[in-house]
Design a protein around this ligand. Structure first.
Ligand code: NAD
Length: 249
């Protein structure tokens, strides 16, 4: 298919099937320098065992190792900047083409890029909380304690955990809202997600129509109205430009 044609089709879908909800995964942030999990070669799963730093079991049994691994993998994300894909999604929301962004990401880059209605279904890197008294502290405070004393603790002496969904955690209540957003949308635009992590991937199954922007094929490609296998930054910038031109006609 010639370059641009598929984005033209996607623009028509976005125009014709309002409201549009966007579901993003780690692939929307790789152009900001944050590795995803499942890309061949560069994905984090090629380098580390997720159960060592991203599971409730590791946090309980080996808190110091858990926090060292977590900080090494996700600490650099705190300094990342939004890329062209995040900025284009914010433009599409401001122009009224996107109702909300449901993200599996914990990096906060949609908000930094200007998106307003963002539902974080896997939590965020902004805070950590105490397993004993539930006090919430900035994650940066927990990381500073990790540096200073080897394991982050609350002022009550309880262990701190990052406020992200770990393997073994239940989904947070916001997931129910995300489910309703997807089910009541006219189109779910999936960007940078392998659609292999459930239950987040099930949002693509409850939406009436799906469009995909992802470097690699996904399990939803066969039922998608359009599937574009190019970098999210360039596709979404082109989409926002096309829809801005359309709005001016
Ligand atoms: P995933 O790693 O399973 O899949 C990412 C997909 O993005 C891959 O299929 C890849 O082909 C595609 N991709 C990579 N770069 C891209 C680009 N520039 N443009 C378009 N597509 C691109 O990610 P997932 O589906 O989000 O599931 C992994 C889980 O890990 C999620 O919970 C996710 O939130 C979490 N995670 C988050 C971050 C983050 O917050 N940035 C980083 C790593 C993992």
């Amino acid at each position: 298919m010639p370059r641009g044609t598929a984005v033209g089709e996607l623009a028509a879908l976005v125009r014709d099937h309002q409201p549009v909800v966007v579901l993003t995964g780690a692939g929307v942030s790789t152009e900001s320098g944050i590795p995803d999990f499942r890309s061949p070669e560069t994905g984090l799963w090629n380098l580390v065992d997720p159960m060592e730093f991203a599971s409730v079991g590791a946090l309980r049994q080996r808190p110091a190792e858990f926090w060292r691994g977590f900080a090494a993998v996700f600490g650099p994300s705190l300094a990342a900047r939004p890329n062209a894909a995040h900025l284009a999604l914010a433009r599409l929301e401001a122009a009224g083409y996107v109702r909300s962004v449901v993200t599996q990401n914990i990096d906060g880059l949609h908000q930094k890029g200007g998106s307003v209605r963002v539902l974080e279904v896997h939590g965020s890197l902004r805070t950590a909380s105490c397993l004993e008294c539930s006090r919430v502290v900035p994650l940066t405070e927990a990381l500073a304690q990790l540096e200073a004393r080897g394991v982050p603790l609350c002022s009550c002496g309880g262990a701190l955990r990052p406020d992200v969904v770990l393997f073994g955690d239940p989904m947070p209540p916001v997931f129910q809202r995300a489910w309703r957003e997807a089910a009541s949308s006219g189109l779910l635009l999936v960007v940078g997600s392998s659609l292999e992590v459930y239950p987040a991937a099930s949002l693509a199954e409850v939406a009436p129509r799906v469009a995909i922007v992802n470097l690699q094929p996904t399990p939803a490609d066969p039922v998608a109205k359009v599937a574009i296998h190019r970098p999210a930054g360039e596709v979404l910038s082109e989409l926002a430009d096309r829809l801005a031109r359309f709005a001016r006609l």
